[in-house]
Design a protein around this ligand. Sequence first.
Ligand code: TXA
Ligand code: MG
Length: 319
Amino acid sequence: MSGSNDHIDDNAQRYGKQAILAAAERLQSGGLVAVPTETVYGLAADSTNASAIAEIYRTKGRPDFNPLIVHVPSIAAAEKLGLLNDLANKLAKKYWPGPLTLVVPKTPDCPVARAVTAGLETIALRCPAHPLMQELLATSGLFLAAPSANKSGGISPTKPKHVEHSLGMATPMILDGGPCENGIESTIVAIRGDDYQILRPGPITAEQLEKCAGKRPVDQQGEKIEAPGQLASHYAPSKPVRLNATQPEPDDYHIGFGAIAGVISLSVSGDMAEAASNLFAALHVADSSDRPHIAIAPIPKIGIGVAINDRLERAAQKA
Ligand code: TXA
Ligand code: MG
């Protein structure tokens, strides 16, 4: 297991128990592994190993002020790293394992490397649902820091080949779990005492959170950006992106939705969950096409459509 692309010709390392054992060993010895989750592929390392965490930042070209999410197998494990109050517990009980990240105060003896939280007193925690990721957490016994497995600012990976495309020669071992089901990054919720704030919209919608919490989120307006994934330009293809395009221009690679056909469609039937799961793959395809521009049909801003439009607006922003 050496070199950057050894996973490609080695199926034994890609699937099943063998692959999980190899991945766990690599992580335990301070290496990186690209891992499947139900949202997007992550670039994982032992969260307590400072040099492994430094390697994540280097591989992604990520600014060191942008903290990482730590993946845990259970609520009990999360409580070793962060202080979960009643509200945090309620949300975790309802949506873990699943695509919800909770930002909570660190425990006084939180063992994660300082760089994971970029010096903040809070920590972002998530219990992922993907069975391979669950097995990897159990087998390795580690709490895994994992940002999305793409170069900083680029399109998130929802398939192993996207990881290779984005990280190139720096691609580590990939644990192949097939295409990601949700296809869009977890909803990030910051717990503010008895209140909460949505730092990043995602598969768990504002309506779902509100129902579970029994109250509306506090407004984000006027506060400084706390999750740098919220920076205006992010998830960005290399080409100009035009939104709400009902008709293509001659130079466009047109991505359709519902009644608007496009060259490819996020969902022919207009299904929002299907559109979310196809979103980043469609941007990867459009970015690799021979057309110089990308145009995307309008997507309704309801339910998970809020998260889809959030990512599209950032994809359309110039750096
Ligand atoms: O679905 C996901 O969340 C994926 C998979 C791999 O789990 N991960 C992911 O990680 O999207 P990343 O690094 O691409 O995005 C993490 C976001 C960043 O915007 C970061 O700023 C924010 O989480 N974040 C991490 N720790 C934070 C903290 N203590 N306070 C506020 N924001 C935080
Ligand atoms: Mg990311």
